[in-house]
Design a protein around this ligand. Structure first.
Ligand code: SF4
Length: 502
């Protein structure tokens, strides 16, 4: 409602802006400059996932959502999507489609840009052309995840062998581990050029093959897939190259795998997000320590205002309890985890007849839980061939008292009503220290590391607490998690503090 209120108070796109969107001129890369390019209007609401975009559209039917190109089938040939649509290699096709208004992506793009309530996912918005990105308001939903989103979006990983199989031409020699950054940039630019050339060759071949054929030839799936992957690499490498000197990228160069990961994300946040909003609203129920949060995103203290709205939920309906006194560490896990898993088993027994969830934090802990539960079919475990989506579907459809067990359901899972009457947090969800970025960040600022853990923990504690009517109980089985909460109480949102028992 907050996001939509901002949409409703934003300005309408001008008639000229709408005209250029509907005619397609706005998006034509050959039109270097139109009067309507860079005009500001409307409000862009950004979500982490496509399903959250859908949720916005369902709630607010007058708004429009735009997803990535691959989500829109090409209506000329449904084997293709807009990303590799027939128009890419049949000249004049796009004009025909536009005239007949038959392209789902082109239509949706224009309708979204002509609307002042626009719902994007972060990835799509960040990749859009600056010509259409200027908004009165940008609302970042689930903003506590922004750092993770930006790191994920702008990390580029290349495994040399599969990459060579993809491009099918010789690559420039991989830079030595300690090579200067400029040398890496040259390598990145050369690889980008190769990807772009290969995309152009594929499109040209397809175009040649269609010439003189009334009936369009089918393009093999493998080729389409190759086109998609090459296009994605070309775009990622281009962005990496453009931001190389303003953002520090950590370089991992081991065993023929190269990973470029942004260390600080402030410049990326500004370049691809914040600079396009006249005002930016970061919305989240789990902002831990807003000063540190703003600093990480490069927002200066005088440039923002922090507002904490009281929760409408009754904290007594969703208490959080500490159970046991076991602080689980790497050193003691062999002794503590079997005991803690037994406690988990007893808690689940006490809640027999009710559905719940166990946040296992890792696959290793999940296995300890599995052993403690024996072969009880009540428990639905995350496995290599069973995704979280599969589990949630089964959990929702089952009339039994099923319990989800997964290390990765701390965010975005909605267990309202009887779907979640209790939940167990097995361990403080600290980020893995095997990750170089996290290791260095933690050394530089231990509080940052603690805040990341607390943010995930608060998110996990909210999975069964979705509406004012929901009633559930949360158990924290790792004393380290509980003690960290106690030491950082003043950094935590008020509604969360009120839920703590004891
Ligand atoms: S413009 Fe036409 S050919 Fe191109 S993706 Fe859309 S429907 Fe397909």
């Amino acid at each position: 409602m907050i996001a939509k209120t901002l949409c409703n108070s934003s300005s309408y796109p001008t008639k000229e802006f709408q005209r250029d969107c509907m005619s397609g001129a706005m998006y034509d890369p050959n039109r270097v400059s139109l009067d309507t390019h860079f005009q500001r209007s409307g409000c862009a609401v950004l979500t982490c996932t496509k399903s959250l975009q859908d949720q916005y559209v369902t709630e607010f039917t007058d708004g429009k959502a735009l997803k990535g190109m691959v989500n829109y089938p090409c209506t000329v040939n449904e084997d293709h999507t807009y990303q590799d649509g027939i128009c890419k290699f049949v000249s004049g096709q796009k004009k025909i489609c536009m005239k007949e208004g038959q392209c789902a992506y082109i239509n949706q793009r224009a309708l979204t840009d002509c609307n002042r309530s626009q719902f994007f996912n972060y990835s799509v918005f960040m990749q859009r052309s600056p010509k259409v990105k200027h908004k009165d308001f940008i609302v970042c939903d689930e903003a506590s995840e922004l750092e993770v989103i930006l790191v994920g979006e702008y990390t580029v990983a290349i495994s040399i062998e599969p990459f060579m199989d993809l491009v099918k031409v010789a690559l420039p020699p991989t830079p030595l581990k300690k090579a200067p950054r400029g040398e890496y940039l040259t390598w990145i630019d050369e690889c980008r050029e190769i990807c772009e050339q290969e995309v152009a060759i594929l499109e040209n071949n397809w175009s040649e093959a269609q010439k003189g054929n009334k009936k369009k030839k089918k393009i093999p799936y493998a080729e389409l897939n190759r086109h998609r992957k090459l296009s994605e690499y070309a775009l990622k490498l281009k962005t990496l190259s453009e931001t190389w000197w303003e953002t520090e990228y950590l370089i991992e160069n081991e065993d023929d795998v190269l990973v470029f990961k942004p260390y600080n994300i402030d410049k990326l946040a500004d370049r691809f997000l914040f600079s396009y909003g006249h005002k930016v609203v970061l919305m989240s129920a789990t902002i831990i320590d807003h000063e540190n949060f703003a600093k990480t995103l490069g927002i200066k203290p005088n440039d923002y205002h922090y507002i904490e709205a009281p929760s409408m939920f009754d904290p007594q309906k969703a208490p959080i309890r500490k159970v046991g006194d076991f602080g689980i560490t790497y050193a003691n896990k062999r002794e503590t985890l079997p005991i803690v898993s037994q406690i988990a088993q007893r808690l689940c027994e006490a809640h027999s007849g009710e559905k719940g969830i166990i946040h296992s934090h890792s696959m290793e802990i999940l296995e300890y839980v599995r052993r403690a539960m024996g072969g009880d079919k009540r428990f639905l475990y995350r496995e290599d061939d069973r995704t979280n989506e599969d589990l949630i579907k089964q959990h929702k459809l089952s009339t039994k008292d099923t319990v989800l067990v997964s290390p990765s359901m701390t965010h975005g899972v909605d267990l309202k009503g009887d779907l979640g009457k209790f939940q167990l947090i097995m361990k403080a969800p600290f980020s893995p220290m095997g990750d170089n970025r996290i290791k260095r960040k933690m050394k530089e600022d231990p509080q940052w590391y603690t805040n990341m853990m607390l943010s995930t923990l608060v998110q996990a504690c909210g999975r069964c607490n979705r509406t004012a009517a929901d009633e559930s109980v949360t158990y924290i089985l790792d004393a380290t998690a509980w003690n960290t909460i106690m030491r950082n109480l003043k950094r935590l949102p008020e509604y969360f503090r009120q839920r703590l028992e004891g």
